[in-house]
Design a protein around this ligand. Structure first.
Ligand SMILES: [Fe+2]
Length: 287
């Protein structure tokens, strides 16, 4: 499960139901920007919450601020901050998004959302040394998450699967395979998600995300509202037996959906993930 503020009581009372908890480290600090000194200020309440949670359940790290596909920004100081945070909680792995949100080093803009990047060799050449640097600095498995995209770049050199396969093969990084993102892209762009998954090197998948979404203005959106739809569980049924390195299935939802899900709904999603993944994931995650 991915932690959100609505789950503060849940993780306290139901930690035994969790094999691990994915957390967004960026929610435990304020980033004053690359030019500031000190740049990062901890948020004491958030730090306390993560410290208390880490006593009950192992944490893995899912950051949102790397913007690793930005053409003109690679933020080594941000990666240092992630490494510090990972060390505090001994996270078994760390992940971020294969996308960009930041642009314009020096006079930076932030889109505040994960924008898609073109699948071409120029981006691959940009990413490979960056991924290598992140892996070395973090000192744990590093995963990149396939993005949801509401538009496609024209005349891309590679398919998404070709790009992900080559990126993971050349860097040794792992894939955080978000199956709701696959489902959303398949609905919006009219392709067969199973065919897409069949063309992906699933041996690189270390973690899977499952989530719900909603329709808006003719699009299916990755809104993380409510339970994951049956179609996403069907994709997990395809992936799980073909992904030998899979160590966790993470349910994501936005805190605004807590009144819809509540404790029983969240536990139901975790049970469904476990039943499809076939065996208790705990034993494979924590030796
Ligand atoms: Fe996700």
């Amino acid at each position: 499960m991915l932690f959100n503020p609505a789950l503060a009581d849940f993780v306290h009372t139901h930690s035994a139901s969790l094999d691990y908890l994915a957390v967004i480290p960026d929610r435990s600090w304020v980033d004053h920007g690359p030019a500031a000194s000190p740049r990062f200020d901890d948020l004491p309440e958030s730090v306390r919450l993560f410290e208390q949670t880490a006593l009950r359940v192992p944490l893995v790290m899912h950051s949102i601020g790397m913007s690793i596909c930005s053409a003109d920004i690679f933020d080594a100081a941000y990666v240092d901050q992630l490494a510090r945070w990972r060390g505090l909680y001994q996270c078994a792995w760390a992940s971020d998004h294969l996308s960009f949100s930041r642009s314009g080093a020096g006079h930076e803009s932030n889109a505040a959302m994960a924008l898609p990047s073109p699948y071409d060799r120029e981006l691959l050449d940009l990413l490979i040394p960056r991924v290598d640097a992140v892996q070395q600095r973090l000192g744990c498995p590093f995963l990149l998450e396939n993005n949801v995209y509401y538009f496609t770049y024209p005349d891309q050199e590679m398919t998404e699967a070709e790009f992900l396969n080559e990126l993971t093969a050349r860097t040794g990084c792992s894939l955080l395979l978000d199956l709701h993102n696959v489902h959303t892209n398949a609905l919006n762009h009219g392709f067969d998600p199973i065919e897409f998954l069949g063309s992906l090197d699933l041996s690189r998948v270390l973690e899977v995300h499952v989530a719900g979404g909603s329709a808006m203005m003719g699009f299916h959106t990755d809104s993380h509202t409510g339970p994951a739809p049956d179609a996403v569980w069907d994709l997990l049924r395809f992936v799980a037996p073909r992904a030998p390195a899979l160590r966790g299935v993470t349910f994501e939802f936005h805190e605004s959906s807590w009144p819809l899900l509540r404790t029983a709904g969240v536990l139901g999603q975790l049970d469904r993930a476990r039943s499809i993944a076939a065996q208790p994931l705990h034993s494979s995650i924590w030796p």
